[in-house]
Design a protein around this ligand. Structure first.
Ligand code: PEP
Ligand code: MN
Length: 353
């Protein structure tokens, strides 16, 4: 349930209302500051509550609405239709993810292979317009015989790239016991597709301060995915970005996964959270990446994650889907044109239940 307060409600009245609600009703209440209005979100046993009685708590209450979706905090209704933003401070300044902001580019290799390659890649993707460097230290590989990532030493290499370029760092955390170690280096923690429903990991990343990039599980429905985001939100971390990276379908002959671009407008209608698309894992083939990246912008993605490698043929993981540095540079220019074609700073207001 949400309480929409009138514009200009005094702070003291907001706090009094929250206080009264939490002491008299079986719910937790939290303040959600939207662009236009303050909303009080109520989570708990709300089904038996009468909106009209809650309305009487304060003359500053404009409306009391039920949130029908099972994912409460992640739902767009919870913010009365307004999008949220995730602001990440990097050495080069704040980078904002969300519907009202420019598209954010994230680029880098699948795995961090050496300090030299990651620093070189960071410099080149920065020059091409990327705001974040990606690179795996801990790799979730299908085969235990495949390269598993350099682990902790790769975190040091990412730090060197951060210091050399000022780019923000996105890297995956696979295990709850590594969260602190990864969060010391990463500006955004990635929870990979295979861990989307690792609930203890979700709770752990939800209980720390760094923003979280939550990739869609290989066979996850949109509801599964938003419920996974809800775990992070309910654990106290409001900074969640969703990343569509392709799902498993019956046909894997020509693409590694099926990039579900329709998920972008669907998510936009269901959630306030920023949306990213990863066409690299989505297609598995570098030749398909540029066109799907452009398509992702056309459907309204707020951000793109692209795998880039100085020498894809020699990559220790995901070489076939990695762009060269030159190809990424070219794509980045093309994306600028695409952003101009589609007016992406138009907030899509959700239909409220
Ligand atoms: C990755 O980003 O390198 C990765 C392993 O992604 P996913 O979890 O989407 O497979
Ligand atoms: Mn990869």
């Amino acid at each position: 349930m949400i309480i929409i307060l009138k514009k200009g409600t005094p702070e003291i009245e907001i706090n009094r209302t929250i206080q009264e609600i939490t002491t008299t009703l079986p719910v937790k209440a939290e303040k959600v500051v939207g662009r236009h209005q303050v909303i009080i979100g109520m989570i708990g046993e709300t089904s038996s509550l009468d909106p009209l009685l809650i309305q009487e708590v304060s003359p500053w209450i404009e409306q009391v609405l039920r949130v029908e979706k099972p994912f409460k905090r992640a739902s767009r209704e919870y913010r009365y239709g307004q999008e949220s933003e995730v602001i990440v401070s990097t050495p080069n300044g704040d980078v904002k993810f969300g519907e009202a902001h420019p598209v954010v580019l994230i680029a880098g290799p699948c795995s961090v292979e050496s300090e030299e390659m990651i620093v070189e890649t960071a410099k080149r993707v920065k020059a091409a317009g990327a705001k974040f460097l990606r690179g795996g230290a801990y790799k979730p590989r299908t085969s235990p015989y495949s390269f598993q990532g350099h682990g902790e030493s790769a975190l040091g290499m990412l730090w060197a790239a951060r210091e050399a370029t000022g780019l923000g760092i996105i890297t995956e955390v696979m295990d709850s016991t590594d969260v602190e170690r990864v969060a010391d280096v990463a500006d955004i923690l990635q929870v990979g597709a295979r861990n989307m429903q690792n609930f203890s990991l979700l709770k752990k990343v939800g209980a720390q301060n760094k923003p979280v990039l939550l990739k869609r599980g290989i066979s996850a429905t949109i509801n599964d995915w938003l419920m996974a985001a809800e775990y992070i939100l309910v654990s106290g971390n409001p900074n969640v970005i969703l990343c569509e990276r392709g799902i498993r379908t019956f046909d894997r002959q020509y693409t590694r996964n099926t990039l579900d671009l329709s998920a972008v407008p669907v998510l936009r209608s269901l959630t306030h959270l920023p949306i990213m698309v990863d066409p690299s894992h989505g297609t598995g083939k570098s030749s398909f990446v540029p066109v799907m990246a452009k398509a992702a912008i056309a459907v309204g993605a707020d951000s793109l994650m692209i795998e880039v490698h100085p020498n894809p043929a020699q990559a220790l993981s995901d070489g076939p889907q990695s762009l060269t540095l030159e190809q990424f540079d070219r794509l980045s220019h093309e994306l600028e044109g695409m952003c101009q074609v589609v007016d992406r700073v138009q907030p899509t207001l959700a239909i409220l239940a």
